[in-house]
Design a protein around this ligand. Structure first.
Ligand SMILES: Nc1ncnc2c1ncn2[C@@H]1O[C@H](COP(=O)(O)OP(=O)(O)O)[C@@H](O)[C@H]1O
Ligand SMILES: Cc1ncc(COP(=O)(O)O)c(N)n1
Length: 516
């Protein structure tokens, strides 16, 4: 048996939904491969709920491996683009990226002086990740003249060194010192980025020495992701910061919101399969987790698949399927299940108490009652003739404690996420075991025939689909923090499901050791 990439109980698909927004202008170069430049900016702006606009400074021919050509259109045409936008549209923030040459820089400077946008983030792009130049050397002086017009400057370490005319920093402390010197020289805030340093950590820090921040240096830690896919990280970070800053007006809040997103985008970059070189980051990874009930359900399923694989590999499940499972293990499982169901019933009742609609209240109240009925059925029909320990086992205790803790915390969405694996994984395992039993010709002399026949219950599968839907809908209404807590609770419960099926083996082992 294997866990397929799609749930057999619940149909997974996704639909899009819209969101409201600040208006953000990117003044940058085009990367036709979509990972950096205006393409990355527009994705990042959209990822943070902004309305993205783009005035193109230069066209590059590039992919994930190299920049093979750069074409800079006449600078006065850029000015026309900028004026067309500012004549009509209120711009809440501007992000500036690749500028190409001094003529372009001068036009941008002239326009900035005229319009004075409320937020200006300058990413002083000089060299691409691939090592190709994106700013003429002769334009470096002109670029420095733009710095006083920016509120936030986001150089990488080579760019920071060039702007100061110093050698590149090789450790974090000297990078911060350089950031302080640049901030002091131009009177603005500098974001010092750890991307170009070695080591397992990848911190960023906001630096401002004129008292604009709560401290001169606000460091936001983060782990380094082991990936080559860092094409466009600087572009993505700066445009995301411009967008959140336009909404919050606070650089620290903005960085603390953007940094974990960028980390997730780097971690999810492999799934994009774009190019052979330094690939792009996955800008919409967080959206894909929760913008619709379908996407959240799919994200939960992704978490559940490894646990299902583990469950199918357990001697308990394999023994249940073949009929060779020692009866002692099965009895232990049934006795623990009865204890578990009693606790689970209380948590289901709590979900009913927290439910936002009468339909859901009724669903969970009924589920809670049915759970107690199954518990007494277990005692009446399965346990009355068997010998099994009635003490609460360690896995049962931990699993129920985990559920009770989530229900005590009071978030309906989180309680549902904790409850769900018991439905979903049980229904999946039931269906697989039942199918395997039927495929084997439904042998009547199978030791667990009655159990396997009862396992794949269509009413239970229908209830599972409802439970998944309620959870996924609750996720869309939940805050980002609550969704993270949901995913945590869901994953934890999935792990307990696996441990629960493995508990009879561990109990038998421990009894054997004690008897020695
Ligand atoms: N491997 C990585 N793991 C985690 N974060 C990274 C990694 N590489 C870059 N970053 C982050 O990406 C952003 C861009 O950093 P950096 O690579 O220094 O700039 P640039 O893209 O301008 O060269 C920063 O927030 C940095 O911390
Ligand atoms: C048009 C354009 N703008 C900026 C960058 C820098 O991005 P990165 O340094 O992350 O490759 C790029 N490669 N292309």
């Amino acid at each position: 048996m294997t866990a397929s990439s799609y749930s057999s109980v619940y149909p997974l698909d996704a639909t899009a939904s819209g969101r409201p927004t600040p208006r953000i202008l990117s003044i940058a170069g085009s990367d036709p491969s979509g990972g950096a430049g205006i393409q990355a900016d527009l994705k990042s702006i959209a990822a943070f709920g902004g309305y993205g606009m783009a005035a193109i400074t230069a066209l590059t021919a590039q992919n994930t491996r190299e920049v093979s050509a750069v074409h800079v259109p006449p600078a006065h045409f850029l000015r026309q683009q900028l004026e067309a936008i500012s004549a009509d549209i209120t711009i809440d923030a501007v992000k500036i990226g690749m500028l190409g040459d001094a003529a372009v820089i001068n036009e941008v400077r002239g326009w900035l002086e005229e319009v004075s946008p409320a937020v200006v983030v300058l990413d002083p792009v000089m060299v691409a990740t691939s090592g190709d130049r994106l700013l003429r050397e002769s334009a470096e002086k002109a670029l420095r003249s733009l710095l006083p017009l920016a509120h936030l400057i986001t150089p990488n370490l080579p760019e920071l060194a060039m702007l100061l005319g110093e050698p590149e920093a090789t450790d974090w402390a000297s990078a911060l010192d350089q950031g302080k010197r640049l901030a002091a020289e131009y009177g603005n805030t500098v974001l010092v980025k750890g991307g170009h340093l070695p080591g397992s950590e990848c911190p960023d820090a906001l630096v401002n020495t004129s008292g604009l921040l709560s401290q001169d240096v606000i460091e936001v830690a983060g782990p380094r992701v082991a990936t080559r896919n860092s094409h466009g990280t600087g572009c993505s970070l700066s445009s995301a910061l411009a967008t959140v800053q336009a909404r919050t007006g606070d650089w620290e809040v903005s960085l603390r919101e953007v940094k974990p997103w960028l980390l997730g985008a780097l971690q999810a970059s492999d799934s994009l399969h774009v190019g052979q070189g330094n690939g792009p980051v996955n800008h919409f990874h967080h959206f894909q987790q929760a913008s619709t009930p379908g996407t959240f359900a799919a994200a939960m399923w992704n978490e559940a698949v490894p646990e299902l694989e583990a469950i199918y590999g357990l001697p308990f499940i394999q023994g249940l399927q073949s009929g060779e499972l020692p009866e002692r293990d099965f009895n232990y499982y049934l006795a623990q299940d009865a204890i578990y169901l009693n606790g689970y019933s209380r948590v289901l009742a709590r979900a009913g108490a927290l439910a936002p609609t009468e339909e859901e209240q009724l669903f969970w109240a009924k589920a809670s009652q049915q759970c107690l009925e199954v518990e007494s059925e277990l005692h009446r029909n399965w346990l009355s003739t068997r010998e099994a320990s009635t003490a609460t086992g360690p896995v049962t205790k931990s699993y129920v404690d985990h559920l009770l803790a989530k229900s005590a915390a009071g978030s309906y969405a989180v309680v549902l996420a904790a409850i769900l694996p018991c439905y979903w994984l049980y229904a999946e395992v039931g269906q697989q075991l039942h199918t395997a039993y039927v495929d084997a010709g439904a042998p009547a002399d199978h030791a667990y025939a009655d159990w396997l026949k009862a396992y794949a219950d269509e009413d239970f599968a229908a209830a599972t689909r409802k439970a998944i839907n309620f959870t996924a809908v609750a996720a869309v209404a939940a805050s980002g923090t609550e969704r993270t807590a949901m995913m945590d609770a869901f994953t934890q419960s999935c792990r307990y499901e696996t441990a629960f099926f493995d508990a009879p083996r561990l109990f038998a082992q421990a009894s054997f050791t004690r008897a020695q």
